[in-house]
Write a protein that binds this ligand. Structure first.
Ligand SMILES: *Cc1c(COP(=O)(O)O)cnc(C)c1O
Length: 502
């Protein structure tokens, strides 16, 4: 017996499968259609009936449900497995489309994008090289060109990524490479200017990129947390004066901070960066939706002078996770991400046959989802102006809800917003700061446990507060009045209980 036939025999299954193979192929097209219809029907039923963001099930209840599932036993078949997933996951999922959900930057998703998700998952395209999908690569590149043009870049380029975290990492990586190619600076000499309100991924990226713990310099802000351009100018001058070996990698500003939703002054900061030939990164993971806004686009004025921009389509473009992009103003800058491998994108082939590099040469990922299809179908289905108007409605709503809270003597409002967050806490006249602060996590936990509403919490200027993050254009002012009423009733109940105990 030859070695080969021995091995072949060893690979053959020793007992027949419970059902025919479940691979999606020509032979299973009918089953595929039936299975997906079943799943679509059950999820549609959930959407018809779900009223609250949470099921209210506790962590220990859910953990014991999960622990009871046998992952090593015989298969139960696709339909039963999906029915089980519906019971486990869909029944207990957190729903972002209901008005009671106002916690984090999660959005309800647009129909054409969800349908496109099924399409791209079934075909399972990977957009790493042209030969793996010419059409998908061309579509993704057209969309990146569209995004660059929306920003105001001429000759820009970009790459779809898994999220804002990855987009920010890649932006700082490209900036670091450029800074190091221009100078003989050591890693320890590199500096990044940002504010204390920038997303934590900026700080973590600096760490991942080998920068020193002193690399990140927090520039002073105005009372709302927006970077102060004069303070940036001063900090840059201090750096050159005091430590002449230090090299500035980038100024990383935020268009829509995660907590307050405020936008750093892009135009004046872009001028300072241009004067000093410094890479300006704009993290517009949250505020990127304003690119299409019919009334608020001017809040992003100056973004066209950035070197790189992060946009999360899975936030303010109402796309299913994941869908994000890093866009750069100078296409050449992306080449710092390229790396040649003989089995994928050999250097000689790139030069000989195709003047345009593969997407893998612009990405930190190799195998990569064709997320671009979702945004593509969205723009085609709704039109870009309609998408921009959706985020605009959410920002309008935040303004009205903030007014409602300001006019309510039982609540105290913190700060303002440029986008769609509202910071507040229950603090009627006579309730001291300390008691109001202690109530914040208690209210949030009670609401979470009831499953009826979800709000976030944070700390601004040392004050603990609750946070509404609005990303649902269908939520109304009345819906949010109901959420606020729930907060009020919960807070009063908690105070009454404390009064009894005292
Ligand atoms: C959400 C967010 C990020 C992180 O994006 P992910 O898609 O969650 O990785 C980065 N920056 C800002 C300002 C954000 O709001």
């Amino acid at each position: 017996m030859t070695q080969l036939s021995h091995e072949t025999r060893a690979l053959r299954p020793t007992h027949p499968r419970a059902e025919p193979t479940q691979l999606l192929t020509s032979g299973s097209a009918a089953e595929y259609a039936e299975l997906l219809h079943t799943v679509v029907d059950s999820i549609a039923e959930r959407f018809r009936t779900v009223r609250y963001p949470g099921s209210g099930a506790s962590r220990s209840e859910l953990a014991s449900l999960i622990d009871s599932i046998d992952l090593d036993g015989d298969g139960i078949g696709s339909k039963p497995a999906l029915a089980e997933a519906d019971e486990l996951y869909a029944r207990n999922a957190v729903w972002f489309h209901v008005p009671g959900y106002a916690a984090h930057l999660n959005c309800p998703v647009l129909l054409p994008a969800v349908a496109a998700e099924a399409l791209l998952a079934s075909i399972n395209t990977s957009v790493d090289t042209y030969d793996q999908s010419l059409i998908a690569t061309l579509m993704e590149r057209r969309l990146l060109d569209w995004a660059a043009t929306s920003i105001g870049f001429t000759g820009g380029d970009g790459i779809f990524t898994s999220g804002g975290t990855q987009s920010n990492l890649q932006a700082l990586y490209l900036a670091r490479e450029k800074a190091m190619s221009r100078s003989n600076a050591a890693l320890g000499d590199l500096r990044v200017f940002t504010t204390a309100a920038s997303h934590f991924s900026i700080a973590r990226s600096c760490h991942l990129l080998g920068l020193s713990p002193q690399a990140l310099i927090h520039v002073a802000t105005d009372a709302e947390g927006r970077m102060d351009p004069d303070a940036l100018r001063g900090a840059l001058a201090d750096l050159t004066r005091e430590r002449s070996t230090d090299v500035v990698v980038a100024v990383a500003i935020t268009a829509g901070t995660t907590d307050r939703g405020v936008i750093d002054p892009i135009a004046p900061i872009s001028s300072i960066c241009a004067e000093n030939r410094i890479w300006l990164h704009v993290d517009a993971a949250y505020g990127g939706g304003l690119l299409l806004s019919p009334t608020r686009r001017s809040l992003l004025d100056g973004i066209e002078r950035a070197s790189s921009v992060t946009i999360d389509f899975h936030k303010t473009f109402f796309q299913p996770v994941s869908s994000s992009a890093l866009i750069v103003s100078d296409a050449q800058d992306l080449s710092a991400a390229s790396w040649h491998a003989d089995y994928l994108n050999p250097a000689d082939e790139a030069a000989a046959y195709d003047p345009d590099p593969n997407q893998v040469d612009r990405s930190l990922q190799t195998t990569r989802r064709f997320d671009a299809l979702k945004l593509w179908t969205t723009l085609r289905a709704l039109g870009s102006a309609h998408v921009g108007a959706l985020f605009d409605e959410v920002c309008d709503l935040a303004e009205r809800v903030r007014e409602d809270l300001l006019n309510d003597p039982e609540f105290r409002v913190f700060g303002t917003t440029d986008l769609s967050t509202v910071l507040f806490r229950y603090q009627p006249h006579g309730l001291d700061d300390e008691s109001a602060r202690i109530l914040v996590p208690e209210i949030r936990a009670d609401l979470l446990h009831s499953g009826r509403a979800m709000v976030a919490r944070t700390v601004v200027d040392g004050s603990a507060c609750l946070k509404l993050t609005l990303l649902n254009p269908h939520t109304t002012q009345d819906d949010l009045a109901d959420v606020i009423e729930l907060v009020r009733v919960t807070a009063r109940g908690l105070l009454a209980k404390k009064g009894e105990r005292a």
